[in-house]
Design a protein around this ligand. Structure first.
Ligand SMILES: Cc1cc2nc3c(=O)[nH]c(=O)nc-3n(C[C@H](O)[C@H](O)[C@H](O)COP(=O)(O)OP(=O)(O)OC[C@H]3O[C@@H](n4cnc5c(N)ncnc54)[C@H](O)[C@@H]3O)c2cc1C
Ligand code: SF4
Length: 320
């Protein structure tokens, strides 16, 4: 690890606008610094900044420093969000890691994390070995000829499905952005991963009130039952009345370069009977435009089946 200066601001004003890299739980940042993927000269430990709080009185609001475990365990949090958190990482990491840090985590592409290999995301213009290399875990949606890495966060998928917003603070003021448009697909500039400006801090995550999101879930398919990133995942909220779908929210993870909302699937579900056949028909639209690589041709069909599984879980729950 390279030497760095460590500062610990105690206010939002003290944290924003400096060239330093924010440190929250450190569960990603410190790893990447040890690997020398990231080599910040200045690190700002923001743990003393007042960015805490979980408010579930009208929708949900989480301070950016709230720990994953505390949000997952809060009784007012929609099930898709708490399940996505509980299926992430390990209990020890969830105790330490913050929601803000989770949303800002970098891809787990093994080439990105290995400074001995080229990687357009880490060193722009150096190439993408994953396209012709080990790409079983990589994306099939939202990819480009520059980068095919998946977005790693589970909870971001649930938050995108539920129209979450980020409250951001910088030296020049504050602004609110939709999480669904915050992340950028790689295009020709995979090194630009999101719309956060230099020195800007995530202060709060807000999820608008959606009463029927009490009937929501997160299904995650992975190579082992715990401590593993998604091969494919689906965050779904479903409103069923008289055996018909009234409304649905659907997003996918593990298959795309950003958390992937699926409006065509949602539209196909609205008004459809809550049956396996209708769910399969809607889910068939999920992988439209997919560009499988040599090692991940299984992902489009896995995505369809993961969505159907989540829909069945919710429709069975709504009958009981
Ligand atoms: C072994 C292992 C397994 C994991 N498995 C999963 C998994 O299955 N699913 C999953 O979703 N995640 C997984 N993770 C990732 C884990 O959830 C993240 O490491 C964690 O959420 C990051 O939070 P943190 O507070 O530790 O962030 P840090 O490591 O402190 O920071 C991460 C990044 O976010 C930036 N940052 C932090 N807070 C803010 C803020 N408020 N505003 C702006 N930028 C900020 C930092 O500058 C840094 O770039 C895993 C991690 C490990 C090590
Ligand atoms: S997929 Fe993206 S992150 Fe992985 S090697 Fe290629 S450019 Fe780098």
């Amino acid at each position: 690890m390279r030497p760095f200066e460590l500062l610990a601001p105690e206010t939002v004003e003290g944290a924003v606008g400096s060239p330093g890299t924010f440190l929250a739980g450190g569960t990603t940042l410190v790893d990447l610094m040890k690997l020398e993927v990231l080599t910040p000269r200045q690190v700002l430990d923001i743990n003393a900044v007042p960015l805490r709080g979980i408010d579930t009185t009208d929708g949900l609001r989480f301070g950016a420093l709230e720990r994953m475990a505390d949000i997952a365990g809060h009784p007012g949090v929609y099930p898709a969000i708490s399940r996505a958190l509980l299926l992430s990482a390990s209990q020890q990491i969830r105790n330490m890691a913050s929601i803000g840090g989770n949303l800002m985590q970098r891809t787990r592409c093994s080439y990105f994390r290995d400074v001995a290999t080229p990687c357009n995301r880490r060193v722009p213009g150096s190439g993408c070995p994953a396209i012709s290399g080990a790409n079983r875990m990589h994306a099939v949606l939202g990819t480009s000829d520059s980068c095919v890495a998946t977005h790693a966060s589970d909870v971001a998928v649930a938050l995108v499905a539920l129209d979450a917003r980020l409250h951001l603070v910088s030296e020049t003021g504050s602004r609110t952005v939709e999480l669904g448009s915050f992340y950028r697909t790689p295009g020709d500039t995979p090194e630009v991963e999101n719309d956060l400006r230099p020195g800007e801090l995530i202060a709060e995550v807000e999820v608008p009130r959606l009463d029927w999101a009490s009937n929501s879930t997160y299904v995650k398919v992975r190579d082992r039952q715990s401590y593993e990133f998604a091969l494919c995942s689906a965050a779904v909220a479903l409103r069923v009345e008289d055996s018909r779908v009234v409304d649905a929210r659907v997003a996918a993870g593990g298959v795309a370069t950003v958390p992937w909302r699926l409006p065509a699937v949602e539209e196909a579900l609205r008004g459809a009977p809550a049956t396996v056949a209708a769910f399969e028909e809607a889910a068939a639209l999920a992988a439209e435009g997919a560009r499988p690589l040599s090692g991940n041709g299984f992902k489009p069909s896995l995505l369809r089946r993961t969505i159907v599984r989540a829909l069945l879980e919710l429709s069975e729950g709504s009958r009981s």
